[in-house]
Ligand binder design. Structure first.
Ligand code: COA
Length: 161
């Protein structure tokens, strides 16, 4: 892993004008990427969506999360493949959790492909635990792939009683 350059990445809300660049990263990062329409719909729905940018380097990563009642569902967390392994995914995940706590939400949920061990390792190290599986949830080459459902509490467990 190489060190980040002097300039620091900055976060800001995702805008419609970002969708082209976001979709390009999405297509590079996933075998079954979200479409432009998925991002446009998320923005129209008012979901929590932010991008990470660097001066001169443009967009490095992003997340989309959907508040549902007193919980937050992480729908998309992606770092440009050229920028992965430098702590940016962890920083984006921290930001999602901070937003959840700031809003007084109780838990952060996500689904991850069973084969995506890298993302699972990140989530487990950040305190997520597996709470279920969805068989055949994701499209995959010639078949379907299970989703692992993970949850991280954002508050004291007794607040859930
Ligand atoms: C998953 C993803 C968001 C992680 O972002 P990232 O910027 O590469 O991750 P980071 O550099 O912050 O590293 C996060 C953790 O993974 C570890 N890690 C980094 N590279 C790794 C690798 N090749 N294999 C396993 N673990 C690795 C780091 O040590 C770090 O652990 P730490 O938080 O305890 O220090 C990014 O790899 C990605 O966009 N992948 C494709 C899209 C995807 O799978 N998204 C998640 C869908 S649920």
């Amino acid at each position: 892993m190489s060190a980040l350059p002097e300039a620091r990445p900055a976060r800001r809300p995702m805008r419609l004008a970002d969708v082209e660049a976001v979709a390009a990263i999405e297509a590079a990062a996933y075998g079954h990427p979200w479409s432009r329409g998925n991002f446009i719909d998320s923005l129209a729905a008012g979901y929590l969506a932010e991008v990470l940018t660097m001066p001169h380097d443009g967009l490095l990563g992003y997340f989309v999360a959907m508040p549902v009642l007193d919980e937050l569902h992480l729908l998309n967390l992606t770092v440009d493949p050229a920028w992965q392994g430098r702590g940016l995914g962890g920083a984006l995940l921290d930001a999602v959790e901070d937003h959840g706590r700031d809003r007084g939400l109780l838990a952060l949920w996500l689904e991850v492909r069973r084969s995506n061990e890298r993302a699972q390792a990140l989530y487990r190290r950040r305190g997520f635990v597996e709470v279920g599986r969805r068989p055949g949830y994701y499209p995959a080459a010639g078949q379907r792939e299970d989703a692992i459902v993970m949850r991280r509490l954002l508050c004291q467990a007794d607040a859930l009683d």
